[in-house]
Write a protein that binds this ligand. Sequence first.
Ligand code: NAD
Length: 469
Amino acid sequence: MNQSAASYITQEQRDFFNSGKTKNVSFRIQQLTILKRVINDYEEEILKAAALDMKKPSMEAYASEIGTAINEVNYAIKNLKAWTRPEKVKIPFVNTTSFGITQHFLVSSHIYSEPLGVVLIIGPWNYPFNLTINPLVGAIAAGNCSIVKPSEIAPHMSHVIAEMIKETFDAEYISVIEGGVETTQELLSEKFDHIFFTGGTYVGKIVMEAAAKNLTPVTLELGGKNPCIVDHEVHIKYAAKRIVYGKFYNAGQTCVAPDYLLVDKTIKRELLEAIKKYIKDFYGNDPYKSTDYARIINEKHFDRLYELLTEGNIIMSGDTHRDDCYIGPTIIDNSSLDHKIMKDEIFGPILPVIDYHDLNEAISIVNKYPKSLAVYLFSNNREKQERVLRETSSGGICINDTSIHIFTTTLPFGGVGDSGIGNYHGKASFDTFSHKKSVMKKSFLFDINLRYPPYKDKFKYMKKMNRFL
Ligand code: NAD
């Protein structure tokens, strides 16, 4: 793709947006319904692509790629009429005098949600379908035209997304552009009305810099090191089972996977035994042979992860096959903040473990790192739950489980600080792709002179009134 092709498609979409067609709410519902139908039609191709790209188990691919997308579409279709209705707001009495809105009962104020225009959605490779289609649902619901750039690192899924969208929508409305870094950079030099990016913090900064040149607003869905604190007041077996689920789902290549474990010293041994047991229960004695365990996306990421296996005490697996991009579920005990594995987001099936004496110590370790996408706490103690909520900051927090909070359509999903800007899912997706326009309407019935020159005594009078209010 060259520069003129990127310019051509954005201009075509701008012309289509200016025709006003996408502003019609029935049109949007119709397009969402078509999207839902085609996702179902493509189920087999999506599962196949997920298996070819990273041997993603069908159950995981269905739940995390197709299921979440269908949920989002259903929720948007069901609620779109309510979301698009202008929201009436009250005018505080104090405003009715000072600013001459005098005839309180003859004024109305509303917030209108209007589409932004032409938006760009850039996706990552780990959940390549869900993380491009879910934002697209929000963009359609809000009435925009969209250009989607799936990740080149998951090439089979990128082709499926391109084919599915091309077959279903006119390019002037929704278009998929495939390609690598150069293609993304060409797209980023165009003027968009919003850029929605999911990926790493490093590229997030590049995206934001490019967007700034055109004053384009951004949503950045990034990553980070998600801590998982395990207190001694827990149901150890359930805690272990839920940690194994969140950490090794998609072979650890999940932005909200627990990155490292902080465990109360008094229960460490018991917890690690339980974790080892559930790894065996889930994936068998040899996870390499399990059809329920995914692979690392490519050799570059395999090599990056492999280098993390040199420090600490590996107490589980460490088994690797480079030719198949396989790294078995791995637990590293006695990790330290100085180890390489504790420097950056792991994004793979390796769980470093650090023990702590009291919760103060655990919280202080969490707060040494930039704000993460998620914080996990396992504890039945309400006071400790409140403390972690209050004393740490993260995109979201899930108590006594891992990862599942992001599947709730009514909870906005996004990061804070280094883990991202903005959020989406459900109504939050609609809001992300909408402009909130303030609208006031007045009548011509009468007009009070208080705010108009010549001011003379009006200033005194106005000050008196403000004091009284
Ligand atoms: P990435 O940042 O490498 O790539 C994402 C996209 O950016 C791709 O489409 C790629 O083409 C493009 N890109 C890469 N380098 C670029 C450059 N120099 N200039 C312009 N564009 C460029 O991310 P990834 O490796 O695909 O995904 C892994 C990261 O994404 C992890 O950090 C993970 O935590 C994060 N992530 C976050 C979420 C979330 O919802 N917050 C979800 C999934 C993944």
